[in-house]
Design a protein around this ligand. Structure first.
Ligand code: 5AD
Ligand code: FES
Length: 355
């Protein structure tokens, strides 16, 4: 074993025992881990995950209900200025019927995700939440509709929304400003996450791995941010370029770095819900399976109607855009089973696992 490898293994052992490292140790681990120590790290993370969640994998049904967006994030394929995107919106009835289909397929969580689309007023969102909850009181409704006012978040909460996903994208303000147009504010992003937590939502933050301008030190800042916020979920996947953005030629984030970060987050926040993301499955045909083996415990199959699937394209090469919901879920169940884990249909509330 050369000295570097030994150092990395020592650092991993320390992370397992302490659930934390110094900034320099995190930097060292992220920069110098190799395939052997990555495997070691993944095994440790999977073992912590199994102590808490056993072999269970939770499913969240993703309903991508609009790809209109008023924002212009530089990396995103549905950014406002992408005139090549074919835009669509689902009606309230369509969204509710998608949730019904999901329920019948065994989903007890639906995620309503969309671009920031002012067409959907707060009243419409409230009405959709109430209709889904009325039909299926045991379903968890997760919103992923971006930055809203505190009042809107409170209204959605009163209507019955349980969870909210809002990736922070990067915890470094300069890097955030690099990735976003001037009209978007890092401080507001963070404020939104804090408000959501305070209201009582189970919150998911997250970031892309290998996004343009990202340095290893930014990932350490992400870890520190996550330790402070203590979200119930962390969504992380590789950055993947989209052909109609200025980052078209930028390389995608690596599977290795994404898995490394998944394992680290698992060890830092043992009970956190960690999805093996579609983006990870899009850069590597078995990426999600690798994610599950590195500490992830959630998968998020697509429930959107097949007619709109191929239009919610945040990045190029997205998987699962041609399948019907039922096909996608059975494909995913098979894939999960092959890893030795099992999909379960319970809601998988984070708080049930906190000691
Ligand atoms: N590659 C990977 N992930 C992306 N997202 C947006 N654009 C891309 C891209 N090009 C992620 C962002 C956003 C989430 C819904 O999708 O992190 O929060
Ligand atoms: Fe969607 Fe395989 S997981 S088609």
């Amino acid at each position: 074993m050369n000295p570097t490898e030994k150092n990395v293994v020592n650092i991993i052992d320390k992370l397992v025992v302490d659930g934390d490292l110094s900034d320099d140790e995190f930097l060292f681990l992220l920069d110098f881990s190799d395939s052997k120590s990555d495997e070691y790290l993944a095994v440790k993370a999977a073992s912590v995950r199994e102590q808490i969640y056993g072999k269970d994998v939770y499913i969240r049904g993703l309903i991508e209900f609009t790809n209109y967006c008023k924002n212009n994030c530089k990396y995103c394929g549905i950014r406002r200025d992408n005139n090549n995107a074919t835009r669509y919106r689902l009606s309230e009835d369509d969204i509710v019927s998608c949730a019904n289909t999901g329920y019948d397929l065994g989903f007890r969580t639906v995620v309503l995700q969309g671009g920031e689309d002012p067409y959907y007023t707060d009243d419409m969102i409230v009405s959709v939440i109430k209709r889904i909850k009325n039909n299926h009181p045991d379903i968890a409704v997760t919103l992923s509709i971006g930055e809203k006012s505190k009042e809107s978040y409170e209204e959605f909460w009163r209507a019955g929304a349980d969870r909210y996903l809002l990736r922070h994208e990067t915890a470094n303000k300069d890097h955030y400003e690099f990735l976003h147009p001037e009209e978007m504010s890092y401080n507001n992003r963070i404020k939104c996450l804090e408000e959501l937590k305070k209201i009582g939502y189970q919150v998911g933050c997250g970031m892309m791995i290998g996004s343009p301008g990202q340095e290893t030190k930014h990932l350490v800042e992400d870890i520190r941010f996550i330790q402070k916020l203590r979200p119930e979920m962390v969504g992380l996947g590789p950055f993947i370029p989209h052909k109609n953005t200025e980052y078209a030629g930028h390389p995608h984030g690596t599977v290795e770095m994404t898995l490394r970060m998944l394992s680290i987050i698992r060890l830092v926040l043992p009970e956190v819900l960690l999805p093996a993301t579609t983006a990870l499955g899009s850069v590597d045909p078995t990426g999600r399976e690798k994610g599950l083996k590195a500490g992830a415990n959630v998968v998020m199959p697509n429930l959107s109607p097949s007619g709109v699937r191929d239009k919610y394209l945040l990045y190029d090469g997205k998987i699962c855009t041609g399948e019907e919901a039922a096909e996608c879920i059975s494909c995913l169940s098979n894939r999960v089973s092959k890893t030795g884990y099992n999909i379960v249909t319970s809601r998988g509330d984070h708080r049930d696992f906190i000691k």
